[in-house]
Design a protein around this ligand. Structure first.
Ligand SMILES: [Zn+2]
Length: 320
């Protein structure tokens, strides 16, 4: 009888009492798109926000204000306002999405130049910019550049928004846009399926990698981009979160996880997500051998398109 009671007690302790948590973050606002038209950005923003609201997902969008510089600037600013009207937050992702090497002064100037419109929109709601996301997750090529920049961020009310989960969504996004713009529904559907299949593999990979490194599951911060593909994939993404027992929470909530105050002082030109950074700090291995790879044919389409439009406004390439 005592053995049975003990077994029941152990079963209770072993069962997962709490769902995992993840903050959804979308970079390169107002949108990252193959089409330069504001109409395309309007549809993307409207559908993305509608999907997030339908699922009651809180989210934050990180802005590159260079993308507002167009003849129809007021319409583009209205897209940012739509994020706030939908109850979402906005953060700073620099003005022009530069690489951050050794020049802290240049990076600081980019943050200042990149907050003008966002600060005004937040001020109208008695708020101020709080979160900063490094372009390409590059936190500085030297210790001095990193420390100088982060000291400036802290003194100006900013907190770094790390990334501990990503799904290379940018690689699928331009091929998807191309199919949409050509009116090729079958190709768009094929790319969307490949994207969701890949996401369904990489989300549990990040969970397993983080558990291996930390010995427990942290609250995740998921990097995606403000794309048409994500706008039209929210239901599929929601199903993947549910299948992995992940509940969407605010960035502030995810950042209460003590893993994000763990010292990590990575320097170098190679931007990296935080699970890898924790692994370096704790001298734990990352399971690179089991890292899912995006389909080669879609990567090839993306390479062709990125070659046509310039370098990707993209993040975290997992280190092979
Ligand atoms: Zn970006």
């Amino acid at each position: 009888m005592r053995a049975l009671a003990l077994a029941l007690l152990l079963a209770t302790v072993a069962s997962p009492a709490l769902a995992g948590e993840v903050a959804l973050t979308f970079d390169d606002l107002p949108t990252m798109a193959l089409s330069p038209t504001t109409d395309y950005a309007v549809v993307t923003t409207k559908d993305l926000l509608a999907g997030l609201k339908r699922h009651r997902f809180p989210a934050i969008g990180f802005v590159n204000e260079v993308k507002l510089e167009a003849r129809d600037k007021p319409e583009r600013i209205a897209l940012l306002k739509a994020w706030l009207d939908a109850g979402m937050d906005l953060g700073n992702h620099t003005y022009d999405h530069p690489h951050f090497t050794t020049d802290a002064a240049a990076e600081i100037a980019e943050v200042e130049k990149g907050e003008v419109v966002t600060r005004a929109l937040l001020a109208a709601r008695h708020r101020s910019p709080h979160w900063f996301r490094h372009p390409y997750l590059e936190t500085g090529a030297t210790d001095e550049a990193r420390k100088t920049f982060e000291a400036w961020l802290g003194a100006h009310g900013y907190r770094v928004a790390p990334v501990s989960m990503e799904n290379s969504d940018w690689m699928f996004a331009m091929p998807y846009d191309e199919a949409v713009l050509k009116g090729d529904a079958a190709e768009a559907a094929r790319i969307q399926k490949a994207y969701l299949d890949f996401t369904a593999q990489i989300v549990p990979w990040y969970i397993a990698a983080a558990k291996g490194v930390l010995g427990r599951e942290p609250k995740f911060v998921f990097l995606m981009h403000a794309t048409r593909l994500n706008a039209e994939s929210i239901d599929g993404l929601a199903a993947i979160l549910k299948a992995n027992d992940l509940k969407a929470v605010t960035l502030a909530r995810a950042m209460t996880d003590p893993a994000y105050v763990m010292a990590e002082d990575a320097v170098g030109t190679n931007g990296n997500q935080w699970v890898s950074r924790w692994a370096e700090t704790l001298k734990k291995p990352m399971p690179w051998a089991s890292l899912p790879k995006p389909p080669a044919d879609i990567a090839a389409i993306d390479n062709r398109l990125e070659g046509a439009v310039g370098p990707p406004a993209a993040p975290a390439k997992p280190k092979p």
